[in-house]
Design a protein around this ligand. Structure first.
Ligand SMILES: Cc1ncc(C[n+]2csc(CCOP(=O)(O)OP(=O)(O)O)c2C)c(N)n1
Ligand SMILES: [Mg+2]
Length: 907
């Protein structure tokens, strides 16, 4: 340690500043030598671990001593796996090359043919062309299928590579030539293939929708984590199954792509492998023309403690690198920016010699023996099966954390003049005759000059060695993939008993619908059949929703268990984390929580396990923030319940513009398989959840649910008889007017907490204005709307039949009087069903920006409270000529409505 004292001046006070170091200290060689020798002696006596520990401590000491040590998470621009550690390639490389070439051809053919058939139908050739080796090595050697005995690997295929995956399935005999012919034209007779991976459109094939860039990397991370959750909770056997996610290098710019990578390392997800196809290009041009995307990604992933494997150079480079004893070539490799590399791809061998190697005489010497053509054909790592195999093998064997493989490839590989490495290549869909012949020759496709320009699909004979080999490889890996099937055992019970208590009312006790839901959740968690299947998911809002008691009862999932004594150890509401904890407390990430929801809600297909996710969150941060994940969940046929908590623009008081949600029910409209409810009472929630569990998990229907719950406390009434069906269909009469004699009549519609305002208005109208009003609870405008448009369509297509009547129309056929609807959401919700109502509808709602105010003021501001509902009703009666306008004017005064108040829609 004497050496250390000499090398670093002692720190004698906190004020030491740069001046202390102003005179550069000349380091004598002998000084360095002493340091190196002491390290060597430690290495010899105590081994590399101790030596590493000392260096680490030294680094820490240097940092606290104020020494600014340069940091780099990068390794040289070279393959991570050295040649000497490369495993033998176990397959028949030549046969695999031939199979891959045929797949390349068919993938290209389906895009070219589709566009000949129908101009501009689209499709992508270049993505798969660059990724073919990455996939084929996986298919031939790594991707294990799902079998009854083994759950199989889970693979997220890059969306734009879909033609290649179809072309392989064609070779496997799983997809017909007719289907290939109808790529991107699913509606043609005989069916076709969807443009991208969509489980909704191809439920027996695709498992994961990946084409909205950035979603699949994040979903894959949470999927790998959820697999561990299932194991740690004893819901499935622990296996070495892997989650593979293939992504584009351009895709990594999406914030979701890298947004959760620290979770993967924190959770030690060695069941997770990312393969980033680094062709250095995206759609418009280079990903980082002026930089190096691979090095950038390496440092991000290494910084996040991932195992990073770079596969940059193919085997042809190995002998050259071996001759490079001074490390000049690797240095040169690291100097070029990606724009320069892209230029080399499209250039001749002579150009490569001059501009890459010509930089230094010594580099030129290294490649002197090679002709120009050989220089042009120096392969990149991602196109060399041996290098890719080595990387995959290292990845599947890696323990303790996730792996990312950064594989360098060429976008549009093999397209030659038609687009290889060119900026336009992403959208290349047409090849001329010469280009087709060149591609054919380059990949040895057995088609003559005339045949090849008709771009036929080519599949070798059933007993050809290619198909025999391909089949035998897949047999060895358990069968074909991708393949999707819903394979969980349906739940058996109806659970009437479980939900009964919630239909009985709260006996005047004031509770919110959130509290009611949490009480249901608590009870469901105890149920012998579904209890263990429930997956509560919350993004750091459990206390907001009054769920903290669940921490103690079912525990928060923590894969490593709880390593500390919680600060609230001795309280009833202690923060209990456990290896088999049930709650997924995700922290502040709605995207991550949604990815967990997707993993849990699709486990019936991925794992054959009926997990039932309940994801509760601040409703404003749902559709509005992570709408595309919800869309992906829908595509994936995800089942489960989304709970929009603290919802309602005027019901969530105090929070203001950002938090108050009057939007989510409108944003829920476009998701076709999502049922959206805005219930007012506990029994409505009980009916919806019970029925949802039946439909999704017993009858296997592909729905998922959005239910808004609120934090306004009020007495929960018992369930009136005969309303179950109405709750589910979207509306039912909750309270008829007691005054049968009144001449003035009205039908009032209310949803969520606003139903109470409507009930209050009912009283005012009866008592002060002699209007007999019936009150309806509208639980779902979306259900009413969907029923109406479906009925309308049926009638249009069946002109000779007795017309069907939409449910909303049937409800109101004999309902007299004016119609007034109010909700805590945009007025468009009631307005969208008004055309199926027997008369004109007045709609009140919360269009506009929220305010940080109390509930009473908010409802006055948005004009959805009892007095505005009363006013709207009187106004409608006046418009019908039933009362004088003066009565309305007087009412405005009596009700205390300020005519000059700000307009909520525009203020
Ligand atoms: C969220 C989203 N934004 C934009 C697109 C349109 N898009 C499709 S592919 C693509 C470029 C992909 O580049 P990269 O990720 O590098 O993949 P490559 O094809 O090069 O392998 C773009 C912009 C998309 N599919 N999703
Ligand atoms: Mg790319």
């Amino acid at each position: 340690m004497a050496a250390r004292d000499r090398a670093f001046p002692k720190r004698d006070n906190e004020q030491m500043d740069n001046e202390t170091y102003a005179q550069p200290h000349h380091i004598e060689d002998v000084e360095i030598q002493e340091w190196l020798e002491s390290l060597d002696s430690v290495l010899e006596s105590s081994g590399p671990e101790v030596a590493a520990e000392i260096l680490e401590r030294l680094r820490a000491h240097a940092t606290v001593s104020g020494i600014d040590l340069p940091f780099t998470a990068n390794t040289p621009y070279a393959n991570t796996i050295p040649v000497r550690l490369e495993p033998l390639f176990p397959g028949d490389q030549e046969l695999e090359r031939r199979i891959k070439s045929l797949i390349r051809w068919n993938a290209l053919a389906m895009v070219v043919r589709a566009n000949r058939e129908e101009h501009n139908i689209g499709g992508h050739i270049s993505t798969y062309a660059s990724a073919a080796t990455l996939y084929e090595v996986g298919f031939n050697h790594f991707f294990r299928a799902r079998t009854p005995e083994f759950e199989g690997d889970t693979i997220y295929f890059q969306g734009h590579a879909a033609p290649g995956i179809y072309a392989r399935a064609f070779m496997e005999g799983r997809i017909s030539a007719q289907q290939l012919e109808n790529f991107r034209r699913e509606l043609k007779p005989g069916g076709g293939l969807s443009s991208y991976p969509h489980p909704w459109l191809m439920p027996d094939f695709w498992e994961f929708p990946t084409v909205s860039m950035g979603l699949s990397p994040l979903m894959a991370i949470y999927q790998a984590r959820f697999n561990r959750y299932l194991e740690n909770r004893g819901l499935k056997q622990a296996t070495d199954a892997k989650v593979w996610a293939f992504l584009g290098d351009g895709e990594t710019d999406e914030p979701e792509s890298l947004g959760a990578i620290t979770l993967a390392s924190r959770e030690h997800l060695d069941n997770l492998i990312f393969v980033v196809n680094c062709n250095l290009q995206r759609l418009d041009g280079p990903v980082r023309g002026n930089g190096q995307i691979i090095q950038e990604l390496e440092s991000a992933f290494r910084g996040a403690r991932w195992n990073v494997i770079k596969v940059l150079w193919g085997s042809e480079w190995d002998p050259i690198l071996e001759r490079d004893t001074e490390g000049l070539l690797v240095k040169r490799m690291g100097e070029l920016v990606d724009g320069e590399y892209q230029k080399l791809v499209v250039s001749s061998g002579a150009y490569v010699r001059q501009h890459f190697f010509g930089h230094d005489e010594r580099l030129l010497k290294l490649v002197e023996p090679l002709p120009d053509e050989a220089l042009r054909r120096l392969r990149l790592g991602g196109h060399d099966p041996r290098k890719v195999y080595a990387a995959y093998k290292a990845a599947v064997e890696h323990k303790g954390g996730p792996t990312v493989i950064l594989a360098r490839t060429i976008k549009g590989y093999g397209l030659g003049e038609a687009g290889e490495g060119k900026n336009v290549t992403h959208q290349q869909k047409k090849l001329n005759e010469d280009e087709l012949r060149e591609f054919r020759s380059r990949f040895g496709i057995p088609l003559n000059d005339d045949d090849c320009i008709t771009v036929p699909f080519y599949r070798p004979a059933e007993d050809s060695i290619e198909l025999q080999y391909l089949r035998s490889r897949r047999e060895a890996l358990g069968g074909y993939t991708p393949k999707r099937s819903a394979r969980s055992k349906p739940i058996a019970a109806d659970h009437d008993e479980l939900f009964k208590e919630f239909t009985e009312g709260s006996d005047e006790r004031e509770v919110s619908t959130t509290m009611a839901f949490v009480a249901m959740l608590r009870k469901m968690l105890k149920d012998p059949e579904i209890g263990k299947l429930i997956v509560p998911i919350v993004p750091d809002e459990a206390r907001t929703f009054g769920m903290e008691s669940l921490f103690r009862t079912v525990g928060i999932y923590a894969s490593g268990g709880q390593k500390y004594e919680p600060v609230d150890m001795n309280t009833l509401l202690l923060y209990k984390e456990a290896k088999d904890g049930q709650i997924l407390e995700e922290g502040i990430t709605e995207a991550g929580s949604m990815a967990s929801f997707i993993a849990a809600g699709s486990a019936y297909a991925t794992h054959g396990i009926n997990t039932i996710p309940f994801f509760i969150y601040y409703s404003m941060f749902g559709f509005q923030r992570i709408g595309d994940f919800i869309w992906a969940a829908a595509d994936m046929r995800t089942r489960g319940f989304l709970l929009g908590g603290t919802s309602g623009r005027t019901t969530l008081s105090g929070e203001g513009l950002q938090h108050q949600d009057g939007n989510s029910h409108v944003l829920a409209l476009p998701v076709p398989n999502l049922k959206a409810y805005d219930p007012a009472f506990a029994y409505e929630i009980a009916v919806i959840i019970q029925d949802g569990i039946r439909r999704m998990y017993k009858d296997g229907e592909n729905w998922f649910y959005y239910i808004t719950v609120m934090n306004e406390p009020y007495a929960m009434p018992p369930m009136p008889s005969g309303v179950r069906e109405g709750i589910l269909k979207g509306m039912y009469k909750y309270r008829a007017s007691a005054n049968k004699k009144a001449k003035l009549k009205a039908q009032l519609f209310g949803s969520g907490a606003i139903l109470n305002e409507v009930l209050h208005a009912q009283e005012i109208l009866e008592q002060k204005y002699s209007v007999a009003a019936d009150v309806w609870s509208v639980t779902s405008y979306k259900e009413l709307y969907v029923d109406a448009i479906e009925t309308e369509r049926w009638n249009r297509l069946n002109p000779g039949e007795k017309p069907r009547v939409p449910y909303v129309t049937r409800c109101l056929t004999d309902a007299p009087g004016v119609l007034v609807a109010s909700s805590d959401y945009l007025k468009t919700l009631p307005n969208m069903i008004s055309k199926w109502m027997p008369r004109r509808l007045a709609a009140l709602g919360t269009d506009g920006f929220g305010r940080s105010e109390g509930r009473v003021s908010l409802r006055d501001f948005f004009e959805v409270d009892a007095k505005f509902i009363t006013l709207a009703t009187l106004h409608e009666l006046s418009a019908d000529g039933k009362i004088d306008a003066k009565v309305v004017d007087k009412a405005i005064e009596d009700l205390g409505i300020v005519k000059t108040k700000p307009n909520p829609v525009t203020s």
